[in-house]
Each structure stands twice: as structure tokens, then as C-alpha cells.
Write a protein that binds this ligand. Structure first.
Ligand code: HEC
Length: 150
């Protein structure tokens, strides 16, 4: 009987711990950012490790290690600061993305990740986008860490 209760509270505890890890301190970070945070404010509470986990959604099409091969999408090593459609010399970009112009600064990356199709109608990046602004900030922090502008 005692054993049973102990193991039950043990599994409840691990469930609670799992739930706590799963939200990446999100509520606390959003509270710190305040109401209607700008991208720069979100970047101050962004978490590159959380971004790395979200980047799992990108791995089907992108590598990020230095010198790694392109997949369906170009290698993204040190992409921040590079020209749009300029991440990989070997990759065949669409005219849609090449037409977009500019550089991958934070604001540009934020718009792209929110909706690739709205940013560059006709792009081959068939990814719906990340609707959550904090998730986008986290991914940007991760991209900056992986050889980027910081
Ligand atoms: C289904 C495949 C797919 C997924 C998933 C995907 N991408 Fe892409 N991505 C592409 C393709 C294809 C391109 C090239 C688009 C073009 O040429 O129109 C691209 C281009 C890019 C570029 C532009 C690179 C450059 O050299 O200018 C960035 C940045 C990027 N993706 C980031 C991401 C991130 C971050 C994620 C995850 C949140 C993601 N992508 C998910 C396929 C994908």
C-alpha cells in the first residue's frame, strides 16, 4: 500500500516536471516582455535552446551545421546577415524568393517565418509558418547562435 502511494506520487511528480519543461518558461518570459511586445523586446527574452527545439520542424528540409549539404531547402549555417536567397551557393532558389531582396535581419526573418507564402508568394518553402511571435523570436535567437550575427 505504501509502495503503491509512493510510486503514484513519483509519477505525478515526473508529469509535473515534464509539463514544466515543456513550456520553456514561456509564461514567465511573456510576462517579462510585457503587453504587446515588439520583436526587439521579444528578442530580449528569447531562448535559443527553445528555438533549437522548434527548429526540429525545419530539419526535414534544412541542415544548419557548417558545410552540411542542402536538402529540399538550403543549408542555414550563419544565415543571419546574409542576403535573402544567398544562404547557399549551390541551392537553386525560386525567382519568388530572389525577387524579395534585402538581407536576413531580425525583422525580415520574423516576417518570413510568420508566413513564407505571404513574404514571397510562390516560394517553394511549403511550410505554413510559425504563428507564435515568441516561437519565432526563439528560432531567430537559435539562427543567430548558429554562426550568425552575434
Ligand atoms: C517542407 C520543406 C521546408 C521546411 C519544413 C522549412 N523550409 Fe525553409 N526553405 C525550404 C525551401 C524549399 C527554401 C527555398 C525557398 C525558395 O527558393 O523559394 C527554404 C528557404 C529558407 C530560408 C531562406 C534561406 C536563404 O538562403 O535565403 C530560410 C531562412 C528558411 N528556409 C528557414 C526555415 C526555418 C527556420 C524553418 C522551420 C521553422 C523552415 N525553413 C522550414 C523548405 C523548407
Amino acid at each position: 500500500m505504501i509502495d503503491y502511494r509512493l510510486s503514484l506520487s513519483g509519477s505525478l511528480l515526473s508529469l509535473l516536471l515534464l509539463a514544466g519543461c515543456g513550456d520553456d518558461g514561456r509564461a514567465e518570459r511573456l510576462k517579462k516582455a510585457g503587453p504587446h511586445p515588439s520583436l526587439e523586446t521579444l528578442m530580449r527574452v528569447a531562448d535559443a535552446d527553445a528555438g533549437a527545439r522548434t527548429f526540429g520542424q525545419c530539419l526535414a528540409c534544412h541542415t544548419i551545421g557548417k558545410g552540411e549539404l542542402d536538402r529540399a531547402g538550403p543549408n542555414l549555417h550563419a544565415i543571419m546577415g546574409k542576403p535573402v536567397a544567398g544562404g547557399s551557393d549551390r541551392f537553386g532558389y525560386t525567382a519568388a524568393l530572389m525577387r524579395a531582396g534585402g538581407h536576413w535581419d531580425r525583422a525580415t526573418m520574423d516576417r518570413w517565418l510568420a508566413s513564407p507564402q505571404r513574404f514571397a508568394p510562390g516560394t517553394r518553402m511549403t511550410f505554413a509558418g510559425l504563428p507564435d511571435p515568441l516561437a519565432r523570436a526563439d528560432v531567430i535567437a537559435y539562427l543567430e547562435r548558429e554562426g550568425g550575427s552575434r
